[in-house]
Design a protein. Structure first.
Ligand SMILES: Cc1ncc(COP(=O)(O)O)c(C=O)c1O
Length: 433
């Protein structure tokens, strides 16, 4: 029995069934590579689900964390505050889109950031309704489950969910959902289900993560901005997965030139340490009374130190430009593969947030979840960590660290092609070869 198989058995016996895991038990990791407890090496195209934009154990992040651990590790910002929290708020206020006074609040997870953005929007507008989108994912707490537009595995069996949450269609050109159709759906919502004057917030992922790396078209985001202005609705950009340089800009909504009122971020911000934030218009962020927002660990000093280092690294190593380069390499590779393997119906994404969708037939576009799972399994056998996504679990997403060396990226992409051939069969093997 290997250490991995032993650990899988212990996990099954000791850990709650709902905590799904993949089979690789990690022993150590460095930049874009991971070694498991049996010494097998993997290339990491998951990056802890878009967390390690700066790679595993970036030396600058490690040094910042070690320095902070020498000084103090926790006080609770509400009890005895510290400068680094304030300084990081200042940096995010400056970095987020919008040339107006901003304020920031730190929390621990993406879900908590979204929860707080909704609390803030409701307090500010004195309205209760919230609009989210089909296929969107915002977390696993009750409010964020309600906002999420993907039943499995996130919602089944966990209701009832908080009320006053409505879902509109997210544009998906590959499946015929154009900007016009998505806007018509919002119009339907406003006439049939909820008065826009009762809506506190519209929350959108400018690039859907779990939903399948669907990129919101620029004209759609601009139309949302206009609707929010017309009806005094708070526009929240959920940048938990797409933010922090992943798409080639600090925040993915910047590609559309749209300025949201609030931005939620997490994942890449802490470079592997749990930290999330809500940043936005000071007039909205300041609505709630003192003590209404926060938590014991939000803005923990170790995580704040890591985030300062992450922002330093993004700047020093030009990681926005690097994201564009990594993304281009991935797209070129996948588009060539798709020309030969008709099971790949679509290649899409923004910057280094790239995915391909697997279908049983390119004409009917019937999702192929089994093939997707098989590609992931073959990739894992060959030493590549991949993730799937999409409401039908038929999309493979590539989220390599932005710091991945070119040689490791090429090696990973070659394994990916081999895994598609393994899973798809002989015809593709002949075509891809
Ligand atoms: C867009 C988005 N929002 C929110 C979340 C929830 O973040 P967390 O898992 O840190 O609670 C995620 C996680 O994948 C996400 O992708």
């Amino acid at each position: 029995m290997t250490k991995s198989t032993d650990l899988k058995a212990r996990k099954t016996a000791a850990v709650a069934n709902g905590v799904g895991t993949r089979g690789i038990y990690v022993a150590k990791a460095e930049n874009a590579e991971v070694w498991d407890v049996d010494g097998k090496r993997y290339i990491d195209f998951a990056a802890g689900i878009a967390v390690l934009n700066t790679g595993h154990r970036h030396p600058t992040v490690m040094a910042a964390v070690a320095r902070q651990a020498e000084a103090f590790t926790h006080t609770c910002f509400h009890v005895t505050p510290y400068e680094s929290y304030v300084a990081l708020a200042e940096r995010l206020n400056a970095l987020t889109p919008g040339n107006f006074p901003k304020k920031t609040l730190f929390l621990n997870s993406g879900a908590e950031a979204v929860e707080n953005a909704i609390k803030i929007a409701r307090y500010h507008t004195k309205r209760s309704a919230v609009i989210a989108f089909s296929g969107g994912f915002h977390g696993r707490t009750h409010m964020t489950m309600a906002l999420t537009g993907k039943v499995m595995p996130y919602k089944r069996g966990f209701g009832p969910f908080p009320a006053e949450v409505y879902h509109a269609e997210f544009p998906q050109p590959y499946r015929g959902i154009t900007t016009d159709r998505a806007l018509a759906d919002l119009d339907r919502l406003f006439h049939g289900d909820v008065d826009p004057k009762s809506v506190a917030a519209i929350i959108i992922e400018p690039v859907q993560g779990e939903g399948g790396f669907n990129v919101a078209p620029t004209d759609f985001l601009r139309a949302l901005r206009k609707l929010c202005d017309e009806h005094d609705i708070v526009l929240i950009a959920d940048e938990v997965q797409g933010g922090i340089a992943r798409t080639g800009k600090m925040f993915s909504i910047e590609h559309a030139g749209v300025v949201p009122d609030l931005v939620t971020m997490a994942k890449g911000l802490g470079g592997g340490f749990p930290l999330s934030a809500v940043t936005g218009r000071a007039s909205i962020m300041d609505a709630a009374h003192p003590g209404g927002l926060g938590g014991t660990y939000g803005g923990n000093p170790i995580c704040i130190a890591a985030a300062h280092a992450v922002l330093d690294v993004i700047e020093a190593e030009g990681l926005c430009a690097r994201a564009a380069h990594v993304g281009q390499q991935m797209r070129t590779h996948l588009e060539a593969l798709a020309r030969k393997a008709p099971c790949i119906g679509d290649v899409r994404g923004l910057g280094a947030m790239v995915a391909f969708e697997l279908v049983k037939d390119p004409k009917t576009k019937e999702p192929d979840a089994e093939l997707t799972a098989a590609i992931l399994a073959h990739a894992e056998k060959r030493g590549l960590i991949l993730l799937s996504c999409g409401t039908s679990a038929n999309v493979v997403r590539l989220l390599a660290p932005l710091t991945i060396p070119d040689a490791v990226l090429s090696e990973g992409l070659a394994i990916l092609s081999a895994a598609v051939v393994d899973a798809y069969g002989v015809d593709a093997a002949r075509a891809v070869a």
